[in-house]
Design a protein around this ligand. Structure first.
Ligand code: C2E
Ligand code: CA
Ligand code: CA
Length: 750
């Protein structure tokens, strides 16, 4: 031990430099690190000479303890170790190296060639054994083998490290990919999914592994999914960018218009083969691919699509979508020789609600109407909002006219109940025009246009009903434009005349007034009813000219009757909104009246409730002025609008005219007269006169009288007739007996 200390005084480095003072001929160092251990200085030295002679550098340790010190301080590739040494033996060094898991290759160089010595040495991890006295060539060869092994091992280690790094990198890339990465086995079951599946679909990885892909595909997409997930092609022919909906367990952010529990994905898929050069069925291993979340893009697309094809208020299909579906339905009907129906539906009293209660109320009413309409539909029918208060209904499956009649009836029935919105009870009816394919048209345009014409027909004929289009309708006025042209012409040619309908006092039975009603004496068509041309006249503003004409004629007729001793007959004239809205309305009206020589007391203005409500600030002052001049004012069609008592009190009116629809409701059993009763009570409270129109039978007459109604007008006395005829009626005064209280109850023949 002391010996070893004497030789190997300090660091391995020093002993090395001392020992390397050998011949300069040594070949260049190989870079391997070698430790030589022996307790005999001369043996150590000769070993050193041998090794350095072969071009290696080496450290020398004199004895076991020196060896341990060296091993402590440096990693060696190869150690040439003597076994039998005093103190720390070669066996101790071997054990130490094994315990410390030193990577150096230890070659035992020993005189002890006993079996147990060698066995122990090898057991402790010695690389090889060279017997002393050694043969130089053998020793060097053994050492070089050990060095080679070292080199291989260290290369391998570097490789392994690199491999591990790259595998980790790949795993990292796959798992942190924004896309879902998957692998299916040959049966379509998940072999691999990356972590992304959890945040995308809400399934855990473990849950999906081994499951068939169909478990995460939306039911109605299975067919498409089969094509993608069974992809066996590779390379450029593999499936890319296939859009597919996958099931999701996650609640989606924000409100979604569409499917809540699925996610739109864009998929790629490609076949995997055990031998890429032989893509056979047997070699098919499964499918690999990625899936990307495209729901945001899809949602944006869906919203855009929805907006392009739907009405945003009611969410119903719009015109464009209707036309689309209609053209498909026509093609289908043509192929199968079937019928189909288009219904054009226009709400009857919508404008009134909009004008008097405001647009937001109108909007809510439209939504409510749309809901009710939808409850009348069957699967496959399309209800569209065509515009404003117009709806179109496509019935692609009808066998007979009666099928359509049933639906039209159902719609009218559903719409007849009140809509309660914001505390208001609103009533809307509908006018429905129906065009059947193929008889009423074979193209979308024709069917829509003809259903519109049929609807217009209903509108002008009392509304709230339905009509099928017939060719004869088309002949009336082929277009609204030609109607307008002919009316202008008719006005200029003096084709517009005035008829009068008597108004009878229930106290005296005599005619106390007449209502002036316009008639169009068309040279070819005969008498055209007001309902057929006034709506258009109102839209185009022509109505003002018509009114002024009727008023002028009526004033001068009645003035001349008065002059001829027919008594103080009054004349009622109808005013339209456009006429009232003229800035100089009052002046013009008075001028016309003065021109005729008729006393203002002889004139009553009939204004509908909704005209009054529409523009109160403008209309009311004008009416006040006319009242001051002695004219009387009646609210026409009373009860059909939405005016409230508080409004009524502000109007400068004299008379309420009960609408003929309520009079029509009066029956022998008095069941439906509640509205009439209410109007009577209102008139009494406001100290207004009452007149009832549309009285057709004695039941109605008797009831109205019993309620205290003072004047009546209706077919029971006379239809509107030309001036000469009404003049004769006034002179004859024929209604005394009809009006007298005690009369037999028989209905008069009309
Ligand atoms: P209105 O002012 O409510 O006129 C009463 C309508 O009821 C008249 O229809 C009249 O013929 C009808 N009628 C009278 N008695 C009965 C009856 O017992 N049973 C039934 N079912 N109906 C009866 P007409 O003459 O066709 O006029 C329709 C509407 O056209 C009028 O309703 C009025 O709003 C408008 N109108 C008529 N002439 C003029 C006019 O010169 N100027 C304006 N602005 N409107 C007019
Ligand atoms: Ca009237
Ligand atoms: Ca009326």
């Amino acid at each position: 031990m002391s010996e070893s200390r004497a030789l190997d005084t300090s660091s391995p480095q020093e002993s090395f430099s001392r020992l390397t003072s050998g011949p300069d001929t040594a070949p260049e160092s190989s870079g391997a690190s070698i430790l030589l251990v022996d307790d005999k200085p001369e043996l150590l030295n000769s070993l050193y000479q041998l090794i350095t002679l072969h071009g290696y550098e080496a450290d020398a340790a004199l004895g076991g303890q020196a060896a341990l010190d060296h091993l402590e301080q440096k990693d060696y590739d190869v150690v040439l170790l003597d076994l039998i040494m005093p103190g720390v033996s070669g066996h101790d060094v071997l054990e130490h190296a094994a315990a410390k898991k030193l990577s150096c290759k230890i070659i035992v160089v020993s005189g002890d060639s006993s079996f147990s010595g060698v066995k122990h040495a090898l057991h402790c991890g010695a690389f090889d054994f060279v017997k002393k006295p050694y043969e130089a060539g053998e020793l060097v060869a053994t050492m070089e083998t050990a060095l080679k092994q070292c080199e291989l091992e260290s290369k391998n280690e570097v490789m392994e490290g690199k491999l591990k790094e790259s595998e980790e990198l790949h795993r990292f890339i796959v798992n942190s990919s924004p896309d879902l990465v998957y692998m299916l086995d040959r049966n379509g079951c998940f072999d691999f999914v990356n972590n992304r599946v959890e945040s995308l679909l809400g399934f855990s990885k473990d849950e999906l592994l081994g499951k068939h892909y169909s478990e995460i595909v939306d039911e109605d997409q299975l067919e498409l999914a089969r094509n993608v997930f069974n992809e066996r092609r590779t390379g450029a022919r593999a499936a890319t960018n296939v859009e597919l909906r996958l099931k999701s367990r996650l609640a989606r952010r924000g409100p979604r218009l569409f499917q809540a529990q699925s996610v739109w994905m864009e998929l790629t898929a490609m076949g995997i083969y055990s031998d890429d050069n032989e893509r056979t069925r047997e070699n098919f291993q499964g499918t690999y691919g990625t899936a990307r979340d495209i729901s945001e893009r899809k949602e944006a697309q869906e919203v855009i699509n929805f907006q392009a094809y739907h009405d945003l208020l009611t969410h119903l299909p719009n015109r464009a979508l209707l036309k689309d579906r209609l053209s498909l339905a026509i093609a289908h009907a043509r192929r199968n020789k079937r019928k189909l129906a288009v219904m054009f539906l226009d709400l009857d009293r919508f404008k009134l609600v909009n004008d008097t209660l405001g647009h937001s109320m109108g909007d809510r009413l439209l939504k409510a109407v749309a809901n009710r309409l939808q409850s009348c539909l069957r699967r496959g029918d399309t209800l569209a909002r065509y515009g404003g208060d117009e709806f179109t209904l496509l019935l692609p499956e009808v066998r007979t006219r009666d099928d359509v009649v049933v639906i039209a009836g159902k719609i009218l029935d559903r719409l007849s109940g009140p809509f309660v919105i914001d505390g208001h009870e609103l009533f809307v009816g509908a006018s429905i025009g129906i065009a059947l394919y193929p008889e009423a048209g074979e193209t979308e345009e024709a069917l829509i246009q003809n259903s519109d014409i049929a609807m217009y027909h209903v509108k002008t004929r009392g509304k709230n009903g339905y009509q099928f289009f017939s060719d004869e309708m088309n002949h009336r006025f082929s277009t609204r434009l030609s109607l307008e042209r002919e009316l202008r012409n008719g006005l200029a040619q003096g084709e517009l005349s005035v008829f009068y309908q008597p108004q009878v006092s229930l106290e005296t039975g005599s005619i106390v007034g007449v209502e002036a009603l316009v008639r169009w004496q068309h040279p070819e068509r005969g008498i055209v009813e007001p309902a057929d041309f006034l709506p258009m006249a109102e839209e185009t503003g022509l109505i003002t000219q018509i009114d002024e004409h009727v008023q002028q004629v009526a004033f001068s007729d009645v003035a001349s009757w008065r002059r001829n001793g027919l008594g103080d007959i009054r004349v009622s004239v109808n005013l339209s909104a456009p006429q009232l809205e003229q800035d100089d309305f009052v002046d013009r009206f008075i001028a016309s009246l003065r021109g005729s020589g008729l006393d203002p007391e002889g004139v009553k203005l009939e204004i509908t409730e909704n005209i009054l409500m529409q523009d109160m600030e403008v209309v009311v002052p004008k009416l006040r002025e006319l009242r001051r001049l002695g004219l009387r004012i009646a609210i026409d069609d009373f009860g059909t609008g939405y005016s409230s008592l508080s409004y009524l009190q502000q109007f400068p009116i004299n008379t309420l005219k009960i609408d003929r629809s309520f009079v029509g409701d009066i029956r022998a059993d008095e069941s439906d007269a509640s509205i009439v009763n209410a109007i009577v009570a209102m008139a009494r409270g406001l100290k207004l006169d009452l007149i009832a129109e549309g009285v057709e039978n004695r039941t109605q007459l008797k009831y109205l009288r019993s309620q205290g109604c003072s004047e009546v007008q209706g077919y029971i006395f006379s239809r509107p007739v030309p001036a000469d005829e009404v003049k004769a009626l006034i002179a004859d005064n024929p209604y005394g007996s009809l009006v007298a209280a005690k009369q037999p109850e028989a209905e008069p023949a009309l």
